[in-house]
Design a protein around this ligand. Structure first.
Ligand code: C2O
Length: 548
């Protein structure tokens, strides 16, 4: 196995999109940022220097970080942010993951422009569990704001209202032909007639689930979130933010040009809905014809989305825990906090003088502000978090029905849930209609989990348990929870550390749709959290010493 060294310089860079030039935060002046290409088993050493004027951290989305939680990256969960002028070297090893993952800033809304792909090939000397493709290409879907994304979220925090929606969707950072001033930079993906491409698709958008398709071409899904799946063929993919999907595509159509296109799957009622489409061009060698536009599902085509998300089956024999030590039931809720009457606080400009909030089991998660949860856990520093995150919602109610207003106002707190090393966990993730129904791509750090089943309405333990797939459930790090529906996941807590589980819509994480699992060390050598690196950003409590 190899060690790959990289320097990431986070810096302001001039980026021109939609007719205007912006000072965007990038890594090494590149947007999207550099692609990391490794083999399974390799080690990455990434030296991040912060030359921007914002705090930053980098998260390696989906990388298991076995015993290296210090390198996971979410700010105030596993580290304090890297301050302007500061630096931190992330060191971690890829172990037993193959396919596509990605990295992104995990600090405020910086990930709007601070992200890139992680491509993990099989270990050297091994091949894919499918015929070797002739080409590989990478499609990273994103969202672009004309305004500085940090200002957009700060303004929302100031007013309590919902942040502005993006001005474009993007493919590899480019909006494409259908947006103003964007045509000449539209991404081209060259193919040779008769050849097969492995196309790695990442949804790096901040707040939007996306449908994805390529005109006239069939897509054979072979992997997702760096796990292989039993191949299945589809015309349309649907990815929640955070998810990746690897597909094989044969260039078996008449020589020509075909649009690669993505647009919103906005299943929630009342959610801001954007009807725009981002495009790239699949280009057969020397073809110059006008590109063919594919049909895309309607923004509310839940049937197509569900048919896709329920088609995944693990390729390798899964090891699903059957005895459950922790049986959790977690509701996802949006909400509004009533603001004090008459005062009309500045941050109460959501409908009727309220401010938006969100919660899991009616707890709105509050990040610590000057120490990470991992440091507090490791050093035994009290007062940073409490271990009373509830295993069930405070009351049983009709989650997806018309929900009483009393549930609109969650409590706030830094509440975590403790797990013994090696314990097995089942979580029923239950969408709700609290305030309004919404989609929630739920992402767990430090783990891949099996998705046993999903469905609409309220999870019913009597009838829905029979639907669990214990034979070949897909292994993923992010599940697209159906709107007003549920999903059941399982994993074994075999990775010590503090791991955030959150909705991957940045608008929801900002409102508190998150919790943290604290997994204790096990007795064995690969079961203990490593010592923190000497340059780990910590501030507020005390300087890092070797006495840790
Ligand atoms: Cu991709 Cu906590 O993030």
């Amino acid at each position: 196995a190899k060690t790959h060294n990289h320097d990431f310089v986070v810096q302001a860079t001039k980026v021109k999109r939609l007719c205007e030039t912006h000072n965007s935060i990038t890594v090494n002046g590149q947007f999207p940022g550099p692609t990391l290409e490794v083999n399974d088993g390799d080690t990455l050493v990434i030296h991040v220097t912060n030359k921007a004027r914002y705090n930053v951290t980098i998260h390696w989305h989906g990388v298991r970080q076995l015993t290296t939680a210090w390198a996971d990256g979410p700010e105030f969960i596993t580290q304090c942010p890297i301050r302007p002028g500061g630096s931190y070297t992330y060191r971690f090893t890829i172990s037993g993951q193959q396919g596509t993952l990605w990295w992104h800033a995990h600090s405020s809304w910086l990930r709007a422009t601070v992200y890139g792909a992680i491509i993990i090939h099989p270990q050297e000397g091994y091949s894919y569990p499918f015929p070797k493709p002739d080409h590989e290409s990478l499609i990273t879907l994103g969202e672009w704001w004309d305004a500085n994304p940090i200002d957009v979220v700060r303004e929302a925090t100031r007013t309590g209202a919902a942040p502005n929606v993006s001005d474009a969707y993007t493919i590899n950072g480019q909006p494409g032909d259908l947006y103003k001033c964007s045509s000449k930079d539209t991404i081209k993906v060259p193919v040779n007639p008769g050849e097969t491409s492995l196309i790695r698709v990442i949804n790096a958008a901040l707040n939007q689930q996306l449908f994805f398709t390529i005109a006239n071409h069939k897509l054979t899904v072979v992997g997702a979130d760096a796990s292989y799946v039993k191949p299945f063929t589809t015309k349309v993919l649907m990815l929640g933010p955070g998810q990746t999907t690897d597909v094989l595509m044969k260039a078996d159509q008449p020589t020509g040009r075909y649009y690669i296109a993505a647009r919103a799957y906005a299943s929630a009622q009342g959610a801001p809905f954007d009807n725009t489409t981002t495009t790239a061009i699949l280009e057969y060698k020397s073809a110059t014809s006008k590109p063919i536009m594919p049909p895309l599902p309607a923004y509310n085509d839940t049937a197509t989305a569900t048919a896709f998300t329920t088609s995944f089956r693990s390729l390798r024999k899964p090891i699903v825990p059957t005895e459950i030590d922790h049986n959790l039931f977690i509701t996802m809720g949006l909400g509004i906090n009533q603001c004090p009457p008459k005062t009309r606080a500045r941050n109460c400009q959501a409908p009727n003088g309220t401010r938006f909030t969100a919660s899991m089991n009616n707890v709105s998660f509050v990040l610590p502000s000057n120490i990470s949860i991992l440091q507090a856990h490791h050093q035994g520093i009290p007062g940073v978090f409490t271990t009373d995150f509830p295993a069930k919602p405070p009351v049983t109610f009709d989650y997806t029905g018309n929900v009483s207003r009393s549930l609109w106002q969650p409590t706030r707190g830094t509440k975590v849930y403790k797990l013994k090393y090696g314990s097995s966990v089942q979580i029923v993730l239950q969408g709700t209609n609290i305030f309004t129904a919404e989609n929630h791509p739920i992402h767990l750090h430090g783990y891949d989990f099996y998705i046993l089943a999903e469905g609409f309405g309220n999870f019913n333990p009597k009838t829905d348990t029979a639907k669990f797939n214990l034979v070949d459930p897909p292994l993923r790090n992010t599940v697209s929870l159906p709107v007003k529906g549920w999903a059941v996941i399982r994993f074994v807590a075999d990775n010590p550390g503090t791991w955030i589980m959150h909705c991957h819509l940045d608008v929801h994480i900002g409102w508190g749709l998150a919790t943290v699992f604290v997994v204790e060390d096990g007795p064995g050598p690969m079961q203990k959290l490593e010592q923190p690196p000497p340059d780990l950003p910590v501030h507020g409590v005390r300087q890092l010493t070797t006495a840790w």
